[in-house]
Design a protein around this ligand. Structure first.
Ligand SMILES: Nc1ncnc2c1ncn2[C@@H]1O[C@H](COP(=O)(O)OP(=O)(O)O)[C@@H](O)[C@H]1O
Ligand SMILES: [Mg+2]
Length: 359
């Protein structure tokens, strides 16, 4: 998939922005704060229906205005997709492809495969399991609709179950049978989610090892494992086992909503024992593995969004990444950098043609 054209109105710092892109590499350059990252976020939002940074629709509206719109023309082989994402205060967000509006935003996920590589990726290592679950969910959802549907239903049912637990506590009542009306469907969705996450980790781990070797150029072994209560217990049994505790806590204490991914290097948690450089290499490797996985599952090269990554890595690693990208049939790449000269050098190294946009 390639992004051919982008038009923004009142999106973040842009009152109006319009550009046509090169099919291979595009670079946004300019000082801090000019909106380079915002442009990548606009592309991401068109693919995933929401901001990469978890911003609300209101926060995406240019200060002082009351709507934003992001419009783009994507091309894949001979097909053209005109995607329009818009939001006006007080109205529902709307997403349309070729003039046809989706009734469910989730139906759009996966049409435009995209991978963002950003300085915020460090959160994947430093933050809680929620961040890593979101990483897995967003990736799997892009190639597996059934996964996304189960996840949406699971989340909704979980909220209902939690509300009931709160209701019981507030009213000093309890009815196990009523609680268990949720458990059957919850367990069914959980089993699908668990099985698909397991397959996901199994496929991603070897890709991660391959990319890491390439980037770090060392024999260290990165590891990726899946931690879930459902690795040992069946979902229905788990809910049943935790009833007393859930009743006390007034929420569902365990399940796939508490799953986590463990990142290791030579068997040790990378968060505790990895150096800065090792952690960065791990994260870039993880993202490149993500891109590979999307590519093979969707038979479509994802759009790569590289935000400031060359600012954060030593020249040797950057060189290895470039070398890697150069020898892969990646689709289209967008990079941001404060230094136009560095971008020119980079493109020379890539031996790629490019469009350069100075903001
Ligand atoms: N809703 C908004 N309205 C107006 N300006 C915004 C909004 N959100 C972010 N900005 C501005 O966007 C700029 C940051 O853009 P960013 O893409 O992060 O810059 P860069 O990546 O080029 O350093 C800041 O100046 C910030 O104030
Ligand atoms: Mg930036």
């Amino acid at each position: 998939m390639k992004l051919h054209k982008l038009i923004l109105n009142n999106f973040k710092n842009f009152e109006h922005f319009e550009a046509q892109f090169h099919p291979q590499v595009n670079a946004f350059t300019g000082n801090n704060g000019v909106g380079k990252t915002n442009l990548l976020d606009a592309v991401y939002a068109l693919a995933m229906g929401k901001s990469y940074f978890g911003l609300t629709n209101r926060q995406l509206i240019r200060h002082g205005e009351n709507f934003y719109s992001i419009k783009a023309v994507f091309q894949r082989d001979n097909d053209t997709y005109e995607v329009l994402l818009k939001y006006r205060e007080g109205e529902k967000k709307s997403l349309a492809v070729n003039g046809k509006e989706y009734t469910r935003l989730s139906d759009h996920i996966g049409l435009i495969p995209v991978v963002m590589i950003s300085p915020y990726d460090r959160d994947l290592i430093s933050e809680s399991g929620e961040t890593r679950r979101r990483f897995a969910d967003r990736l799997i959802a892009q190639y597996d609709k059934d996964y996304l549907n189960n996840l949406i239903r699971y989340t909704r049912t979980l909220q209902q179950r939690n509300s009931l637990l709160k209701y019981f506590a507030a009213n000093g009542t309890f009815d196990a049978t009523r609680l268990e009306t949720y458990d059957e469907s919850l367990a069914r969705y959980a089993a699908v989610i668990h099985a698909k996450r397991q397959q996901f980790v199994q496929s991603l781990a070897p890709l991660l090892a391959e990319k890491y070797k390439h980037i770090a150029g060392t024999g260290e072994q990165p590891g990726l494992t899946y931690r879930s209560a459902l690795n040992l217990t069946d979902a229905r049994e788990l809910l049943h086992k935790n009833i007393e505790r859930d009743r006390l806590l007034q929420y569902t204490s365990d399940g796939v909503h508490r799953d986590d991914l463990m990142f290791t290097l030579n068997g040790h948690p990378i968060k505790k024992f990895g150096s800065q450089g090792q952690q960065k290499s791990f994260l870039v490797a993880l993202r490149l593995a993500e891109a590979d996985m999307l590519f093979s599952r969707k038979n479509d090269a994802p759009i790569l969004l590289f935000d400031d990554i060359f600012d954060k890595l030593d020249p040797q690693r950057v060189h290895r990444i470039l070398d890697y990208v150069k020898h892969r049939p990646f689709g289209q790449v967008f990079i941001t950098d404060t230094h136009p000269e560095r971008v020119s050098l980079l493109l020379e190294a890539l031996d790629r043609q490019a469009g350069i946009y100075e903001l």
